[in-house]
Design a binder for this molecule. Sequence first.
Ligand SMILES: Nc1nc2c(c(=O)[nH]1)N=C([C@H](O)[C@H](O)COP(=O)(O)OP(=O)(O)OP(=O)(O)O)CN2
Ligand SMILES: [Zn+2]
Length: 136
Amino acid sequence: MKVTVSRKAHFNAAHRLYRKDWSMEKNDLVFGKCNNPNFHGHNYELIVSVTGEIDPETGFVLDVKILSDLIKEHIEDAFDHKNLNLDVPDFADLNPTAENIAVVIWNKLRNHIKSSLELEVVLYETPRNFVTYKGN
Ligand SMILES: Nc1nc2c(c(=O)[nH]1)N=C([C@H](O)[C@H](O)COP(=O)(O)OP(=O)(O)OP(=O)(O)O)CN2
Ligand SMILES: [Zn+2]
């Protein structure tokens, strides 16, 4: 019997969507207002879910405090109030789209959660736009 435990988190960050190897015109065409050279920001909402068997001794799939501490240390402290393009090395050469941010978050957390547990990341870039990554 598998159960899913989820934790919500939040970070505020700036970004610009563009490719360094494209002209301004092409970036404008593809990324529109998201290519603003002066950046723009989002209030990102993150839901991290872990699925697995309940430990019969503790009644936990994973102590949600452990999940909360992992998200704070590896995601919130790294991304909150940062410019993703300029301040976060993961995006030095990777466009900080919601898709890429979700994959980066998943990879950062995966190493710290035992492999028998499934991991899913849902990232809301705006209240209406969100992406999901489960590692495949
Ligand atoms: N597939 C993706 N498409 C877009 C992404 C993305 O990460 N993945 N990102 C953006 C921009 O970051 C943009 O800032 C999104 O904001 P906005 O268009 O303002 O958001 P909304 O759709 O919620 O606003 P509306 O008022 O509903 O237009 C664009 N595309
Ligand atoms: Zn944006």
